[in-house]
Design a protein around this ligand. Structure first.
Ligand code: BES
Ligand code: ZN
Ligand code: MN
Length: 520
């Protein structure tokens, strides 16, 4: 019996602005979880470092009349983790993809990587059976983790290409089936939980990849609304300029002044927990394009500033995943959206902005705009929701990228234990963080001569950015600051992500929420 458990559109909602993209049909992947019998045309198997075949893979080998084993021997295949081999002439199968599983016990993260390797090697095979039995792991429902890795890795964004990837073979859908014992539980985990995380990640990737021409605060709001169209339990509130003026949100209003597109402030709330439980709050930087403003950036790499909205996108993606699986938790996400443009009415270096909190900021560089919009965002969410945990997430500083590269996001907290918790959570979730300090010296460096604080000072480092935001975070608040400037963009593919926008933060924050869900 074939159970179609999930369909995810690989590709994106076709924008009505772009008529040439309208006749493109993205490939739909159907994930199935079946028993041990395999009917697929192409097969993927995992082989451990000892080269020995598991019972399930030995069964496949028998079907090929031993050709699989011979091929592995001839290739001197060692089963090193991630080593891929694509074998043809494997009748009755059209081909067999072999992926090395290494000798270590497989963690959730490694299982997802293996699923991603399969996706990379199987490139558009229409009917693929993955042998998920016999893996060296104690992770339950491991097939679901493989499927998640596959789904994350096979993300594509080709709406602006005239000729789509799948046009040659006229493929519109493919089936990936996972074969092993007890896969019904894997199916449930995938369908009720993991696939929603994938969709949240892919939303963030879409937003980070979309050009600034098509994503500006107002259209960003529309995309958020579209994401949540089928999510009844998330409330979406959108503040425009008049509402923000009423709340005295002078920082985000200041940043948005130079753009023909007015800023927006979006509040997403999901109250899946008890009504007396304080929520977790996420605040994301949503700069739809960062030119630097009057402190304009040089041209090199400037195009990438279309993804300066990724913090906010990760916030929306996380809310989506958490709400779709119906976690028992109260979760609020705010997205501070503005476009940072130079213009005759843009803010200038030296200008003083009055934030929602009442504190004033002297703008030393209009290119340090993320900390400005987040100042208002964290003030708003604390005043309105008094969260038990506040996470802000932003592509905040080039310094974060220079310090830690693409492997670790910067995490800054006021509490070493909390920082270590974050490192541990990131490691399991597959999105690593590494701490940087926040000291008195950083606060001292942003003392202003004419305002309460200034927006930069000392050095342009990640800690200074955190100090500006930290000025607006109550002293006893449990607070985590994430600077994702280095990790949100990949110049080459990883096992679970194609090159380009990584959608960083959904998996991380989703994992933090899981750990901090309400005690039952
Ligand atoms: N959005 C940028 C940070 C950034 C740089 C993200 C590179 C991704 C890649 C941010 O708004 C910015 O311009 N930061 C400045 C701050 C400086 C003016 C204190 C920076 O890091 O140079
Ligand atoms: Zn920016
Ligand atoms: Mn900037």
């Amino acid at each position: 019996m074939k159970a179609i458990v999930s369909k995810i559109g690989l590709g994106v909602i076709v924008s009505c602005l772009l008529t040439y993209a309208a006749y493109a049909k993205a490939i739909t992947t159907q994930f199935e979880f079946e028993g041990v019998a395999v009917n697929a045309e192409h097969i993927a198997v995992f082989v451990g470092k000892d080269g020995a075949l598991s019972a399930a893979v030995a069964g496949i080998n028998a079907k090929t009349k031993g050709r699989l084993e011979t091929a592995l021997k001839d290739a001197e295949y060692k089963g090193k983790f991630g080593a891929k081999l694509h074998l043809y002439g494997m009748s009755p199968f059209k081909s067999i993809i072999v992926v090395g599983a290494g000798s270590d016990e497989l963690s959730v993260r490694k299982l997802r990587d293996l699923g991603g390797y399969v996706a990379q090697a199987s490139n558009n095979k229409q009917s693929l059976g993955v042998i998920s039995a016999g893996l060296n792991t104690t992770v339950e429902q491991s097939a679901a983790q493989l499927a998640m890795g596959y789904a994350l890795s096979s993300y594509t964004f080709d709406k602006y290409k005239e000729k789509k990837k799948n046009e040659d073979n006229k493929m519109t859908s493919r089936t990936v089936s996972f074969h092993g014992q007890g896969v019904a539980a894997a199916k449930a985990l995938f369908e009720n939980d993991l696939i929603h995380v994938v969709k949240g990640v892919n939303f963030a990737r879409d937003m980070g990849t979309e050009p600034g021409l098509s994503i500006y605060p107002e259209s960003y709001v529309q995309r958020v609304r579209a994401l949540f169209r089928d999510v009844a339990n998330v409330k979406i509130e959108v503040m425009g300029v008049p509402e923000m003026k009423r709340k005295n949100m002078g920082a985000i209003l200041g940043v948005g002044r130079g753009s023909i597109h007015d800023p927006r402030f979006v509040i997403l709330s999901y109250m899946g927990g008890n009504s007396d439980e304080a929520p977790i709050a996420l605040a994301g930087k949503g700069i739809t394009f960062d030119t630097g403003g009057i402190s304009i950036k040089p041209n090199t790499g400037q195009w990438q500033m279309k993804s300066d909205l990724s913090g906010a996108a990760a916030v929306a993606g996380t809310l989506y995943a958490v709400a779709k699986r119906g976690e028992k938790v109260n979760l609020v996400g705010v997205m501070a959206m503005a476009e940072n443009m130079p213009a005759k009415d843009a803010i200038r270096p030296g200008d003083v902005l009055k934030t929602m909190s009442g504190k004033t900021i002297e703008v030393m560089s209009t290119d340090a705009e993320g900390r400005l919009v987040l100042s208002d965002a964290v003030t708003y969410v604390q005043e309105e929701y008094n969260p038990r945990l506040l996470i802000d997430i932003a592509t905040l500083t080039g310094a974060a990228a220079r310090a830690l590269g693409t492997d670790y996001a910067v995490v800054i907290t006021r509490d070493w234990d909390l920082a270590q918790d974050m490192m541990r959570i990131g490691k399991t979730a597959g999105e690593d963080v590494w701490p940087l300090p926040l000291n008195k010296s950083h606060y001292k460096a942003i003392k202003s001569d004419i305002a309460d604080i200034k927006s930069t000072g000392g050095n342009p480092g990640a800690s200074i950015g955190a100090a500006v935001i930290g000025t607006f975070v109550d002293e006893d608040r449990v607070w985590v600051h994430l600077d994702i400037a280095g990790v949100d963009w990949l110049s080459k593919a990883t096992p679970t992500a194609p090159k380009g926008h990584a959608g960083w933060g959904v998996r991380f924050m989703d994992a933090v929420v899981r750990e901090n869900q309400q005690a039952q």
